[in-house]
Ligand binder design. Structure first.
Ligand SMILES: [Ca+2]
Ligand SMILES: [Ca+2]
Length: 451
């Protein structure tokens, strides 16, 4: 062999090895200027436990080149939404890592940035339908290679949620599961089920709503719909336009952050079936008997464990509240207050729990509460963290009215009951609350007898 032939061979082999090991990145179209492209190039990036951080570009027609794509494992698709700036979603790498840490899966990140990044939202919506057909063909090919539709889970964000629904309908509802993270509202609200996500699109459809007043979809779309913090606005997100881009996307994007935490099981977010957020905050929806032994549904990745009971219930609307940051879960207590003032009293209650050098706070101020003589007022207190043991309790009563500084609440008994842990409620008898003055005390175990 001539030297040049040998060198060419060596070079070709090196290129082959390089090609095999090349990590594919998500398309970045963030070029700092308006994107008006019309192409619909869909890239499928495969991640498995063997290549958890290094994406492999998968062929749309031939799987033989991808031995690591093992169809005896379940396959999870992750589909992003509208990308007005064309930049890659910040969470896209994280989600495959976290999913793979939980389960031995094929994770396919669907990179349809070429279709989703467009200054014209309507164009991106149009591309959602086109991309859905393209992905349906890919999944049909997976079936030919032996994949079962039941083992396919689609996690779709915003437009990606409807795209999952469209694919699901193309496949006659046989897909195993669709998780919709704040499904897009604009251009989908008011459309018939065949134009958007609906419960018939998969065997199980779970939906999270975080921005129903702007980018998200208001009505329920799945077997279970979770309305985080009522589904409208999220804590910690800017309330004015002066905060720039975050103002537009913070509520919407929170859906992904909440879901990621549920994959890691940072903490458990219990959701409560209820007809409205107001009713939920009033503490009228804390009963989960309809779910039988399973108890209240847990938001996120693990909701699949409630599948059977949820399918029997047809469609369930649930609520929960969160903290502004991770860990997002809150700790729920019932607070019962009985007063002996002659006249009716109105006001807000702030409760602090102290224990192990930490403090947990619950402010019950979604509306003014009414307190009547010798009548138990039931309040729903949600604390920012869970203290394993409560040593002291602080209470503050306020009215929001500066002209009534002498207003007092003569409390006969307060009782605090942890709603998840079976432990004895904490009580305090006979305490005087002056407006805006915090009173701290050591609670005692409640007496069995009732007044
Ligand atoms: Ca549909
Ligand atoms: Ca909002």
């Amino acid at each position: 062999m001539f030297l040049w032939q040998y060198l060419t061979l060596l070079l070709l082999t090196t290129v082959q090895i390089y090609k095999a090991q090349r990590c594919e990145e998500f398309t970045d179209l963030n070029l700092g200027h308006a994107i008006i492209g019309t192409s619909l190039k869909i890239r499928l990036l495969l991640y498995t436990r063997d290549n958890g951080t290094c994406g492999t570009l998968v062929s749309h027609t031939d799987l033989s080149a991808h031995p690591q794509f093992n169809l005896s494992r379940p396959t999870t698709f992750v589909i992003h939404g509208y990308r007005p700036t064309g930049s890659p979603p910040v969470w896209v790498q994280k989600i495959s890592e976290l999913l793979l840490a939980r389960e031995d899966l094929n994770v396919i990140v669907v990179d349809w940035n070429h279709g989703a990044a467009n200054v014209n939202y309507l164009k991106a919506v149009e591309n959602t339908y086109k991309a859905a057909n393209n992905l349906t063909a890919f999944i049909k090919m997976l079936q030919e290679y032996g994949a079962s539709l039941s083992s396919i889970h689609m996690i779709g964000v915003s437009l990606g949620a409807h795209m999952s629904g469209l694919i699901g309908a193309n496949l006659k509802g046989f897909l195993g599961r669709i998780t919709a993270l704040d499904p897009a509202g604009p251009q989908f609200t008011g459309t018939p089920p065949e134009r958007r996500l609906d419960p018939k699109d998969a065997q199980f459809v779970d939906v999270l709503h975080t921005d129903i007043d702007a980018l998200g979809f208001r009505e329920p779309l799945g077997h279970i719909d979770f309305y985080a913090n009522g589904g409208t606005d999220q804590p910690g997100c800017p309330k004015t336009i002066f905060s720039g881009g975050a103002y537009f996307k913070c509520d919407h994007q929170r859906s992904v952050l909440l879901f990621l935490d549920s994959v890691v099981r940072t903490c458990v977010i219990k959701a409560f079936p209820c007809s409205s957020y107001e009713d939920f905050l009033d503490g009228n929806c804390l009963n989960c008997d309809r779910f039988g032994a399973a108890g209240c549904p847990v938001f996120g990745y693990d909701i699949i464990e409630w599948k059977e009971v949820l399918l029997r219930l047809n469609q369930t609307k649930t609520y929960f509240t969160t903290n502004p940051d991770s860990p997002f879960c809150m700790t729920n207590y019932r607070l019962e207050v009985m007063i002996w003032n002659k006249d009716v009293r109105w006001g807000y209650m702030t409760v602090k729990l102290h224990g192990n050098g930490k403090e947990a706070v619950a402010t019950i101020d979604h509306k003014t509460s009414q307190f009547n003589k010798y009548t138990e007022t039931n309040l729903f207190a949600q604390f920012d963290k869970d203290l394993q043991s409560v040593e002291k309790v602080s209470l503050k009563f306020s009215t929001g009215n500066v002209f009534k500084p002498k207003y007092k609440l003569r409390v006969l008994r307060i009782r605090l009951t942890h709603l998840e842990r079976k432990e004895r409620p904490l009580c305090r008898y006979d305490v005087l609350l002056e407006v805006n003055k915090e009173v701290t005390f050591r609670p005692i175990s409640c007496e069995e007898s009732n007044f």
